[in-house]
Design a binder for this molecule. Structure first.
Ligand SMILES: [Zn+2]
Length: 423
């Protein structure tokens, strides 16, 4: 709408145009321009396993010391008092409203397709069906490319371009592929995607339409990852795999900021999150600490629950066995392609967040996901991805085990639209 108004106006067409232009400019200022305030940018990167520090101003993958994920750290003490909760109110309705807590230094390098600030939907009929006092569904299907993957890839691609990357690559069995294609297209970068042949056809078609170079492989995500690693070595592609570069998690963490802000700066009792690579869960956990350091929230934390598919549940098994790391899952199978991740590089971070929060990890069957896609749809009006339906399917199990109590306020994540899975 705003764009059309600007395009309609021929340049230098007199006073009427000036008036319209001024109005457009004011709309732009309040709605789609980068938020005013401090520029973004991390102070440094830190190894998540041993704490070793690295400069954030050059391209990095995993840490040199431990080959584990790197986290971006910020001068939170310096930002405290300079960025207040109140100052966010007039900002853009996308994840860039938290610009000071994001790694992109120059607002000019922020690629913007309308990512983030998804609705947190109160669902009383679902709550009543589940036997819980209150249930919200954070509907991530309303992101660009219809999934939460937009958040992480938006930040990873923006920052990669800022650091000089021209070709990005990703192994993906689901929505991360089309999100990469979209942000690479918007940024003018080449995207190489390696996907299993049984990736949902809608996702493959979407990524193709968004200009990505796509290779289909008769194998699991691990085989695709090996192919991307080879391309990175041979052709210099920058590998955007989950947590193998430091910035996807920075995009995902904005879900945590949004949950707090949308609930009036409090957090729910329980967050139920479908876990493949687990970036969103660990990202939110990171966001809670950052917000506390900024003085935006107190020490209360939700119990974090990781939901996986019964046919691929490495985190659930590790949590039940009490180990710090998760053994890769053999013969992974589930139609929820986003949950078909046999081994997550951030396994110890996921397990740590679950334990520190007194949460849990549970597995649900594909049949339960299918059943709950229907229940959720009929009771909320949201056509959820199977991964999102898995969170609702997990609630009865969590009530049985006492992880959720009937008087709790529970937040479920629908990570994407069900439309992508229609065959
Ligand atoms: Zn280390």
């Amino acid at each position: 709408m705003i764009r059309e108004m600007i395009d309609d106006s021929p340049p230098h067409s007199g006073a009427r145009r000036t008036q319209r232009q001024a109005w457009s400019d004011s709309l732009i200022d309040s709605e789609i321009s980068p938020p005013s305030g401090l520029p973004g940018g991390a102070s440094h990167l830190e190894c998540t396993l041993c704490g070793a520090e690295y400069t954030s101003e050059r391209l990095r993958g995993l840490s040199d010391c431990c080959s584990r994920p790197l986290y971006a750290r910020y001068d939170l003490a310096g930002l405290r008092g300079k960025v207040s909760r109140e100052s966010l109110r007039s900002r853009s309705s996308d994840l860039w409203r938290y610009a000071e807590l994001l790694p992109v230094r120059d607002p000019e390098n922020a690629i913007r397709l309308g990512e983030g600030w998804t609705p947190n939907i109160d669902t009383p009929r679902l709550a009543s069906r589940l036997g819980v006092r209150r249930v919200w569904v954070k509907d991530e299907g309303q992101n660009p490319t219809a999934s939460f993957k937009a958040r992480g890839l938006c930040l990873a691609v923006s920052r990669a371009r800022e650091l000089g990357v021209t070709e990005v690559a990703l192994p993906s069995a689901g929505n991360a592929g089309s999100a990469t294609a979209a942000y690479a297209a918007a940024a003018g970068l080449k995207a190489h995607l390696v996907m299993p042949v049984d990736t949902p056809p809608a996702i493959i078609q979407e990524a193709r339409a968004l200009g990505a170079d796509i290779e289909l492989i008769d194998g699991l995500i691990n085989a695709c990852a090996a192919r991307v690693a080879e391309g990175a070595r041979r052709f210099g592609w920058f590998d955007l795999s989950t947590l193998k570069e430091p910035y996807r998690v920075e995009g995902k963490k904005t879900m945590g900021y949004e949950v707090a802000e949308q609930l009036g700066w409090r957090l729910p009792d329980v967050i139920v999150y479908p876990t493949g690579g687990g970036t969103g869960l660990v990202g939110m956990w990171k966001a809670f600490d950052e917000m506390q350091a900024l003085g935006w929230i107190g020490p209360h934390r939700p119990r974090m629950v990781s939901v996986q598919a019964a046919g691929c549940a490495p985190i659930v098994r590790a949590w039940e066995q009490g180990t710090d790391f998760a053994e890769p899952w053999q013969d992974a199978h589930t139609y929820a392609s986003g949950l078909r991740v046999p081994g997550a590089v951030g396994d110890f971070l996921i397990l740590r967040a679950i334990r520190e929060s007194h949460g849990a990890a549970v597995a649900v069957s594909d049949a339960a996901m299918e059943r709950w896609t229907g229940e959720l749809g009929r009771l909320t009006g949201i056509f959820a991805a199977p991964e999102g339906a898995a969170t609702a399917a997990a609630v009865p199990l969590l009530l049985e085990r006492g992880v959720i109590r009937p008087d709790d306020e529970v937040l479920l994540f629908n990570t994407g639209s069900g439309l992508k899975y229609v065959r």
